[in-house]
Design a protein around this ligand. Structure first.
Ligand code: NAD
Length: 711
């Protein structure tokens, strides 16, 4: 006998069924059906509770099974309901757990696939669990700066032991079911179908009158636990000093040993709420959603056609061209690499091979993979070889005349429909497009150096860029493991345009009395991966020097400190010349303070008649970070960035902005935009200030007036 109907305590008329109820020979089977991951949204939670209640009310039912569908059992909370009333509406996950644990009919979970977060916490409140060996289990809450707040920190240590539980909870990593066999967590791990095995177990439980087991009843007897927790706390603090969640995970798990189950639950709840209110968790949750939002592009929908990308051409085998090529080769996509110069081509190919071989030496890839990747590479000097590429990315010298010439040649040889992309950092993508007969196919793909490592890809949308081209490039970015953010056309796009203002402030701070070391230390203490002067030494001071030379001509009304020019006059280009804002010993990357730099800065101060003053870390951070924020507000207002959170993603993934602060825009929101604008006015009032720059951007003023935030 079998009935198949959706069950629900409450249902909106148009709502789809999110769990099925079926009676299979006196065993009720509740199958979660909330794609894509069977998240525990309000409707699903309601269906589970309704299903358990119905089974308990039915004299023709002896036991209940909860299972998933497809390759997923349950992915945990339904992220689509985050920050909506449904997230906290009854029945909450706590209610589901209470109902399952208290059910008079035994509840058996058939873990058919991925089982994460709330899905695992719910499972642990049931009486028996069966998993397929292919399933993976995780409590990943720590990745959002939280801890498992529905009993996970209390039941998991009882199920698998303190050490293993702590490892799962503090790392958030997925563990294969096979590794958890022979623990109280899983009553059986089977190679075949989890549901079949659960049905068999359910019949045995009923026939033999086996008890409804509860993990909460297990008492942990571990006399060494406290010493172990102390080590774990120290390790968590050392590994993630700016994030409180890993340490609180340890505290919560310690409660599973030291306290009664109910007291441990209460402590878990308290710690969870503390984390939920923490700025670090807010930042992590923001970054999580921001990354998803960045994938949505105005004008592009699920039905926008995408072009097939099976072969890629790259122009220029320099620093960027080679790094970009590696992304595609590593993803199994053949690459034609074109150079103007045979020696440069040979050098490029050798660099590429060496990079792969180094990865193999470190054990990251096999040597067979090195050969396989290299076999996909076709080096060439002939444009004709680009004829069947579906996408060509140009990475030649940053010079408009050269780019225009290269695009004209490409236009002549590329087949119809080939996407023509430029990796330019500063040049006008619209002008490049206008030089071709197919402006709709031209787009910017701005990779960051080292291009095979850095996650960020700015996708530059020209005036004429087709929506199918954007859709294709966004999809391709995912395929090669990049996080893509769309930017409109402007000098520097989102990231470098903001960086220029940040660097300008760093230079002014030197003029006014700070040292490179002081500025770097203040910003590194704030959380930046590297201070501006160390970054500049790494990237090469000559790069920004060349850009500034152009700015002096193009933007005569903008004030630039010339202090960095004095440094470059002496050939101090950074690490590559052994000297920049710091000095470097041969073969080492440590930035060592250099009295010669102090002398250059002193001489420059005398040159401009500046009297040095003492500058504190707070001013250094505010000047540099708020310079990012003010420029970002302009970028947002001009529509160069689609949304504030895209800017945060650019800075988190491409510029070493601290994740625990969530990006410059979230940082500004958390400071309060009123305070941010007020601080800018303070800077504007200083005697030598750049008043034009420090006038709060119009968008910032509007948001302050309306009491709103960026995000
Ligand atoms: P690079 O000097 O290392 O490489 C440029 C290569 O292009 C050289 O090997 C050169 O021989 C080759 N080339 C020059 N003219 C050519 C032509 N007509 N046809 C074919 N090949 C030609 O420079 P790079 O650092 O790799 O920069 C390349 C592009 O990437 C520039 O537009 C730059 O602004 C941009 N970019 C650089 C970085 C970075 O950090 N280096 C980051 C993002 C974007």
């Amino acid at each position: 006998m079998s009935e198949n109907v959706g069950c629900r305590c409450y249902r909106e008329p148009e709502a789809i069924i999110s769990a099925h109820y079926e009676l299979n020979d006196r065993i009720a089977v509740i199958t979660l059906a909330n794609p894509p991951v069977n998240g525990l949204g309000h409707a699903t939670r309601s269906d589970i509770v309704a299903g358990i209640d119905r089974a308990n009310a039915d004299p023709g039912c002896d036991a209940v099974i909860i299972t998933g569908s497809g390759r997923v059992f349950c992915g945990g909370a339904d992220i689509r309901e985050f920050n909506t009333p449904k997230a906290t509406a009854e029945p909450t996950l706590h209610t589901v757990i209470r109902v399952a644990e208290a059910s008079a009919r035994p509840v058996i979970v058939a873990i058919n696939g991925t089982c994460m977060g709330g899905g695992l916490e719910m499972s642990m409140a049931c009486h028996y669990r069966v998993a397929t060996a292919k399933a993976t289990l995780a409590l990943p809450e720590v990745k959002l700066g939280l801890l498992p707040g529905a009993g996970g920190t209390q039941r998991l240590p009882r199920a698998i032991g303190v050490e293993a539980a702590l490892d799962m909870i503090v790392s958030g990593k997925s563990v294969p079911a096979g590794k958890l066999a022979d623990t109280a967590l899983l009553d059986a791990v089977v190679d075949g179908d989890a549901l079949e095995a659960a049905l068999a177990l359910a019949r045995r439980v009923v026939a033999d009158g086996l008890p409804r087991k509860r993990l909460r009843d297990i008492v942990i007897d571990d006399p060494d636990a406290e010493a172990f927790f102390q080590i774990a706390r120290d390790a968590a603090a050392a590994a993630a000093p700016r994030f409180p969640a890993p340490r609180k995970c340890v505290d919560a798990v310690a409660g599973a040993v030291a306290l009664s189950f109910d007291e441990g639950l209460k402590q878990e709840r308290r710690l969870f709420l503390e984390l939920l209110a923490s700025p670090e968790s807010r930042a992590l949750r923001h970054a999580f959603f921001a990354e998803r939002a960045a994938a949505r592009v105005a004008g592009v929908s699920a039905t926008t056609p995408v072009r097939k990308i099976e072969r890629v051409g790259i122009l220029g085998a320099g620093t960027m061209g080679c790094g970009i090529a590696m992304n595609f080769l590593s993803a199994g996509i053949p690459v034609v690499l074109l150079e103007a110069d045979a020696a440069a081509l040979e050098r490029g190919v050798a660099t590429l091979r060496r990079n792969y071989e180094n990865s193999a030496k470190k054990g990251r890839i096999t040597s067979a993979r090195v050969d396989a990747n290299m076999a996909l590479l076709k080096p060439t000097l002939a444009y004709g070889d680009l004829g069947d590429a579906d996408l060509v990315i140009e990475a030649v010298f940053e010079d408009m005349a050269i780019k225009e010439e290269v695009f004209a040649k490409l236009d002549a040889v590329a087949k119809a429909g080939t996407i023509l992309a430029t990796n330019t950092s500063t040049l006008d993508v619209d002008r490049i497009a206008a030089g071709t007969r197919r402006a709709q196919d031209v787009v910017g793909m701005h990779f960051f150096s080292p291009a095979n490592v850095m996650k960020l890809l700015e996708v530059v949308r020209g005036k004429a860029t087709g929506v199918d081209v954007l859709a294709t490039v966004m999809q391709l970015a995912k395929r090669i493991g990049k996080i893509a953010v769309v930017s409109g056309v402007c000098d520097g796009f989102i990231g470098n345009r903001m960086l220029e203002q940040y660097m300008r402030q760093a230079m002014f701070l030197l003029e006014e009395g700070a040292s490179p070391g002081q500025v770097d230390r203040a910003l590194e203490e704030f959380g930046m991966a590297m201070g501006p002067f160390r970054v500049s030494d790494l990237a090469g001071n000559d790069v920004s020097w060349r850009i500034r030379q152009r700015r002096y001509v193009d933007k005569p009304d903008v004030t630039y400190s010339r202090v960095a020019d004095r440094l470059c006059d002496q050939g101090r280009f950074g690490q590559k010349t052994g000297a920049g804002w710091y000095r470097y010993e041969a073969g080492r990357r440590d930035a060592l303070p250099d009295p010669a730099v102090d002398a250059i800065v002193d001489a420059y101060r005398r040159e401009i008649g500046a009297t040095p003053r003492k500058i504190g870390a707070v001013e250094i951070v505010d000047r540099c970070v708020l310079a990012l924020v003010n420029e970002a507000a302009r970028i947002l207002d001009e529509g160069i960035a689609q949304r504030a959170s895209d800017i945060d993603i650019v800075y988190l993934t491409g510029y070493g902005f601290p994740l625990f602060r969530g990006g410059p825009m979230l940082y500004a929101d958390m400071q309060g935009l009123f305070n941010v604008a007020r601080r800018m006015r303070e800077f504007a009032a200083a005697p030598d200030a750049d008043r034009v720059f420090w006038t709060p951007a119009p968008l910032l003023e509007r948001l302050v007036a309306e009491g709103r935030t960026f995000n």
